[in-house]
Design a protein around this ligand. Structure first.
Ligand code: CA
Length: 220
C-alpha cells in the first residue's frame, strides 16, 4: 500500500505540483488547502504530513500542535519561506520532525519524507545507561526527561547509540548525519558533536561523545 501523505499548502500551484510529484514517487497524496481541512483529514491512516507554516487560517505550527493534541503521531515536515533559526526551533517545539525552506526540490522533500517514515517505523532505541533515543518523537530521554534534538543531532546520536560504545568513523557519522550527501567540513561535524556533548551534560547524562583522534568517536 502506498503511504498516504497529507499535503497542507494554500498555494494552489505548489499544492498541485506536490500532489503530482508525490504520486509519481508512489505515495498517495491527500491535499488540504488550510489548517481546518488538515485537522479534518489527519486520520490515523496518514503516514506523514507536509505542513506549510504560512496558512490563511492558522500558523502551521499551531496546526501541528492541534494535530499532536488530537493524537496524530505521524511525522510532520514543515514547509516555510522563512529561514530563521527561531522559526526552526519553534517548528520542532511545535512537534514537527523536519523542516524545509522554500524554494526546495521535490527530490529533497521526498528524501526527507522517506527518512521520516523510516524513523517512525523503527522502534525506540535504548542505549546503555541513562539514555533512550525516541525515534517516534525524535528526541532523547535522559533519566526519563525528554531533550529536543535537531534532525541532524538525532541522526548522529542514533548511529553512536547503535554502535553501542564502539568507535564510529567520522566519515560514517557524516554519512549518517547528512543523508542527502551535503558537503560537511570537519569543523561542522565537531560543532554538532560539541552540541551533543553539551545537551548530554546539561541533561545530567553520564554518557558523552568521546574522541579517538584520527579514528572516530564513541558514546561512553
Ligand atoms: Ca503559504
Amino acid at each position: 500500500m502506498h503511504p498516504r501523505i497529507l499535503i497542507v499548502e494554500d498555494d494552489h500551484a505548489l499544492r498541485d505540483a506536490l500532489r503530482r510529484g508525490l504520486l509519481d514517487e508512489d505515495f498517495t497524496p491527500v491535499p488540504a488547502a488550510d489548517g481546518a481541512s488538515a485537522l479534518r483529514l489527519a486520520t490515523a491512516d496518514i503516514a506523514a504530513a507536509v505542513l506549510d507554516i504560512g496558512l490563511p487560517d492558522a500558523d502551521g505550527r499551531d496546526v501541528c500542535h492541534a494535530l499532536r493534541a488530537n493524537g496524530f503521531r505521524a511525522p510532520v515536515v514543515f514547509l516555510t519561506a522563512r529561514h530563521g533559526l527561531t522559526d526552526r526551533l519553534s517548528g520542532f517545539s511545535a512537534g514537527g520532525d523536519d523542516y524545509l525552506a522554500k524554494p526546495f526540490h521535490l527530490a529533497e522533500l521526498v528524501a526527507r519524507l522517506r527518512a521520516a517514515l523510516k524513523r517512525a517505523a523503527s522502534p525506540p532505541l535504548a542505549a546503555t545507561g541513562d539514555l533512550v533515543l525516541d525515534a517516534v518523537h525524535h528526541h532523547m530521554r535522559v533519566h526519563g526527561r525528554p531533550v529536543a534534538l535537531s534532525p541532524t543531532e538525532f541522526r548522529l546520536l542514533a548511529v553512536l547509540v547503535a554502535a553501542n560504545g564502539t568507535l564510529v568513523r567520522r566519515r560514517d557519522l557524516v554519512r549518517a548525519g547528512w543523508p542527502e550527501g551535503a558537503h560537511v567540513s570537519d569543523n561542522t561535524l565537531d560543532q554538532y558533536l560539541t552540541r551533543l556533548r553539551r545537551k548530554l551534560r546539561e541533561a545530567g547524562s553520564g554518557l558523552t561523545v568521546g574522541t579517538a583522534r584520527g579514528v572516530g568517536h564513541r558514546l561512553s
